[in-house]
Design a protein around this ligand. Sequence first.
Ligand code: SAM
Length: 275
Amino acid sequence: MALQVVATPLGNLDDITLRALDALRHADVIACEDTRHTRQLCERHGVRATLLAVHQHNENQAAEKIVALLREGKRVALVSDAGTPGISDPGARAVAAVRAAGFRAVPLPGPSAAIAALSVAGLPDARFMFAGFLPTKAAARRAEIEKLSSIPAALVFYEAPHRIEETVADLAAVLEPQRTLVVAREITKLFEEIEAMPLSAGPAWLAADANRRRGEFVLVVSGPPPRTGLDREAERVLATLLAELPVKQAAKLAAAITGAPKNELYARALELKGG
Ligand code: SAM
């Protein structure tokens, strides 16, 4: 017997693999986060297994139950509310317990919001770092973004609608403004929206329309720009001024504010303007 770890849809209930359907239809028990949520999926696809709730607060006991069921020879599948179990979702402890008890945990791969967002991000980065949810407190969040800032890879974040504005504001404040931000909202759902923009434009884009702040979000931020002779503060000041002023004036003011060489700022400003 093996625990089948099954990826399920992110929104569109048809996003489920043939193998996942087969595993769910043949399962005696499906361990899931919210039984009401998984019941909808089961009803849609003619799955009649018993549902067992596994969530953040009972994962240890639920893991023991799963092991006991496998010992009885029952077929058990593990799903989460959406996407792939164990990815910013419960699952890891159940998998570890199952393996420690001598059973296998086998993946039935399918949707995951991070991978779906990356597939349409269109960024040049060959690598990505899955950062998941950032801390909810502002100081801790900024410190975490600072830590991630020098990683030479695109960064992938999950965020909830009630924190999307603060998170995008902090990303724009801490990271280089010329990085690209891709907002992937409501992937596979009715109001799906995928939008790419300079990171510095992210806060204004969100503020422009309340609908843009609704739903579930993946944020993808391109990797650090190639290093210039300018430090991050000079880059930040220059990019901010360039949003409002012509190249020459922005470079002159940025030099006065930061003390960085005017000719370097001017060359960089031309680069940023694409000229
Ligand atoms: N296990 C899931 C996966 O494989 O992607 C992630 C679960 S995590 C608790 C939920 C977060 O995933 C949401 O807050 C959001 O950041 C992201 N997410 C899930 N579904 C999404 C969707 N349809 N569109 C955009 N983001 C989504």
